[in-house]
Design a protein around this ligand. Sequence first.
Ligand SMILES: Nc1ncnc2c1ncn2[C@@H]1O[C@H](COP(=O)(O)OP(=O)(O)O)[C@@H](O)[C@H]1O
Ligand SMILES: [Mg+2]
Length: 409
Amino acid sequence: MNAPDLIEDEYLGHYRRATETGAQWWRVTVADRPETYRLEHGVDEGDRPGAVDMDLVVDAENLRAKLKKWRREGFAMQSADAAGETSASAADRLAFMPELQRAAALASAAKHRQREEHETSVRIGHVDVRCGVDNPLVPRINPAYLFSMRFNDILEDIVENRRVMLIGHTGAGKTSLIEQVAARSHHGVLRSNMNGQTTVGDFVGFWTVKGGETLWVDGVLPTAMREGLWLIVDEIDFAEPSILAALTAVLEPHGRLVLKEKGNEIVAPHPSFRLFATANAVGAMSQFRHLYQGANLMNEAFLDRWRVYLLDYLSPAEETDVLIRTLAPHMTRALAATLAAIAADCRAAFAREDLSSAFSTRRLLDWAELMLRTGDPERAAGPAIYAKVSPEDAALIRGIIRHHIAPAG
Ligand SMILES: Nc1ncnc2c1ncn2[C@@H]1O[C@H](COP(=O)(O)OP(=O)(O)O)[C@@H](O)[C@H]1O
Ligand SMILES: [Mg+2]
């Protein structure tokens, strides 16, 4: 295949043909992108110059085809001399301001973008996340937190203001991922757990009487929307239908909330508002539903309004790193690797249903910390693990630990 020839500058210019009532013209200029051309069309009535009524961008090959067609149709190129001052300037005069306005808008947008990137964003993983304003709801940074490369897509979605649902076993790191992104980008976070007593009043708002006055109190959803906070709806698979109904409207991009109870007041989302959900037993996690008693199936139409990510536990290598970082300088790599392997074995037993309790990174960190204090894994496992699970589970976990750690000689 031949490389397309460069279109010579001589092709740029005006092409006109007379009509019964005036003239029809095409104007060819260089477009923004390399090797593309802008074609503008208009019709002049008598001496009255017409506005551009067609505006397209084509590549070189396309332009050559057009030139051929125009020639066939009787368009002739107007040389600067032949065009004469009046006709050449008529179209140019009209075209100048729209073109300038477009160029100015592009320039201003580029400058704006540059300024934003420069001043108020922070790089997390591979993604620049726009910073919010510090406030008491900004979570604390966990310096040991590990951003896995797997999280980059989720970060992109946060930047694009997508609704993100994280699904995975308890303690896999769903909530902390969002909190740690918020901590680093200075966004306040509200959490609302659906596996408890959260009512639609808590969530959307309610009327109350205070000092003889009736007052409306915003729930967490309108509060987060108005104030540009990040709202995490935890364990959404336990939410009441009325809460899901309130959420559905807000799941659309720029979706507004209608407070029916408050005379249909409309709450528009602040640009910083973000909405997240976490769930244990939804979608790809439905196979584990029996482990999460009482979780509701979520219908696909509802799930389709979210980007749903399955968050697995950290890999043993990642968890080893987190142990070392969290418990530096005393936690050695060899110790950490063994503890991470124990956690992985417990999780495998949980997935097989041999164990009825999940083994979270939090539990592992707590056990490790206590072990460094006591010098005794078994003693440390008492308050960190055994006392929290059934005797059967404790016995099984004790077996897994003994499999990895020989008793002191
Ligand atoms: N990527 C990570 N880096 C460091 N620690 C983590 C990471 N993921 C999870 N953890 C630890 O595990 C704990 C439990 O995670 P959490 O987000 O509460 O889980 P979930 O919301 O899935 O139940 C966190 O508090 C944190 O200490
Ligand atoms: Mg959580």
